[in-house]
Ligand binder design. Structure first.
Ligand code: PHE
Length: 461
């Protein structure tokens, strides 16, 4: 069964191709939009530090676990748990991933749609006048442009449609000519541009204060909420907990080294997140009249700040266009990885054609996305419920954390850590950090995630 599925399913062309595609999945709005937002809300540098620790000890551990399950079973999440533990309820963990994928795709595409809309606005020169403004006026204007845009129902739904359409198109083309080709071309560009914009932001007058907020931890700001959100952000930004990395791992060759692959993905994602912080915080602090309290509640933080940087940059018009193109691409390489999970499930388990699966799930995600698209001013009651933010909490934080907890329990105690380590060693016979990984997957990851979940659930009631 798994044998003929492999040829149907396709494989990565090389180890580099996997690293690009998996980094493409990981790097996206999570690092560029969500990370600075959480840093702003949760005490600045203490959040950054906690996030990095969570990536190293929990994110990396769970990523290696997902890749090992995927490569071992050459299957989608549902098929994978059935393969390792037949006739058990563990397949439900696969279903949880499939459902989570559809929901994250739906609200995430709304934000990706903002990037599409902002690309259009930059092209037509909607931010040019910001360059001549000074002081608090710049922020107020940029804020107004964003809120008007996010509250326009028609524009929101069109943007959502464009994103889901493009995602379904790439996924219907398959692994090699779809996901792999796009990621390989586009990720290096994204990186170069982010570095450039970060340098510009760091040289804005008054940038030092922003940098201090971002890098100089004030430990009195350390609270349980910082830890919860940092761990949640690690899963979200590394695409863990719903079987994305498991599915991408199922297309990896047995010869490839999973440890260095996972290491590169974690490193590049963290690097992009830090660079995004280098853009956002110096710009925020360089804008008079703004303090961390002002931007705490702003879901659109990045979209309010970037037009300011861009408008003050010589040649900003061109860079603005390039930046939003690339943000859009970073978001799309992530949305395609979300759609890949339910698609691989329907192709493998239900024998649907790739095209049919990609189109039908795309339509479902579009409809689920509509209420989220209307919840930023479009429809009063949805705005009051803050629906998009709620969906992000439920699916982007809680469902991923539950998924990651169960994945670590499954690998450590059902499949057994030593069997998983055996799979990892196929492409890396030395696996020197094996004892550390075994300890983390058995104890550090499950215990930490459990504590985090208990505190979150406790906080909800
Ligand atoms: N990691 C992606 C990002 O940061 C989001 C994502 C979450 C993708 C879960 C797949 C699965 O943008």
């Amino acid at each position: 069964m798994a044998g003929d599925a492999v040829t149907e399913r396709g494989n990565w062309g090389s180890k580099m191709a996997f690293i690009f595609a998996a980094s493409g999945s990981a790097i996206g709005l999570g690092s560029i939009w969500r990370f600075p937002l959480y840093v702003g809300r949760h005490g600045g540098a203490v959040f950054v530090l906690t996030y990095i620790i969570a990536v190293i000890f929990i994110g990396f551990t769970v990523m290696l676990a997902e890749l090992a399950i995927g490569r071992h079973t050459q299957s989608n999440p549902v098929g994978a748990y059935k393969f390792i533990k037949p006739n058990s309820q563990w397949k439900l963990l696969g279903y949880l991933g499939v459902v989570t994928g559809v929901f994250i795709l739906s609200y995430y595409s709304v934000i990706a749609g903002w990037a599409a809309g902002y690309l259009y606005k930059t092209v037509i020169g909607a931010f040019r006048h910001l360059g001549a403004m000074g002081g608090a006026e710049t922020w107020a204007t940029s804020d107004r442009i964003f809120k008007k845009f996010a509250a326009d129902p028609l524009q929101m739904i069109i943007c959502l449609f464009v994103i889901i359409f493009l995602t379904s198109f790439v996924i219907s083309r398959g692994v090699k000519s779809g996901i792999e080709r796009w990621s390989k071309i586009l990720m290096p560009f994204l990186f170069a541009l982010i570095v450039f914009l970060a340098i510009r932001a760091l040289t804005l007058p008054g940038a030092g204060k922003g940098l201090a907020f971002f890098l100089n931890p004030d430990f009195s700001k350390m609270t349980p909420a910082v830890i919860l959100n940092a761990v949640g952000q690690a899963f979200f930004s590394l695409s863990l907990g719903m079987g994305t990395m498991l599915t991408y791992g199922s297309y990896i060759s047995k010869k490839d080294n999973l440890v260095t692959s996972a290491g590169w993905v974690c490193f590049s994602t963290t690097l992009i997140a830090v660079l995004a912080g280098f853009i956002i915080f110096p710009t925020l602090f360089a804008t008079p009249g703004l303090s961390p309290e002002t931007f705490e509640a702003e879901t659109g933080l990045m979209f309010q700040v970037l037009p300011i940087t861009i408008s003050k940059l010589p040649g900003g018009y061109v860079f603005g266009i390039l930046f939003f193109i690339l943000l859009l691409i970073a978001a799309l390489t992530s949305t395609i990885s979300m759609l890949e999970v339910p698609t691989a499930f329907l192709v493998d388990e239900r024998k649907w054609s790739r095209k049919k699966a990609a189109v039908i799930i795309g339509i479902v995600a579009f409809f689920f996305g509509i209420p989220a698209a209307l919840s930023n001013g479009g429809v009063k009651i949805l705005t009051k419920w803050n629906l998009m933010v709620r969906m992000d909490q439920v699916f982007g934080t809680i469902a991923l954390a539950v998924g990651a907890l169960l994945i670590s329990i499954f690998v450590a105690y059902v499949w057994k850590a030593k069997n998983a380590a055996g799979e990892i060693m196929l492409g890396n016979t030395s696996f020197r950090i094996r004892p550390v990984w075994m300890f983390c997957i058995r104890f550090v990851a499950p215990v930490t995630i459990l504590i985090v979940l208990v505190i979150i659930v406790y906080g909800l009631f």
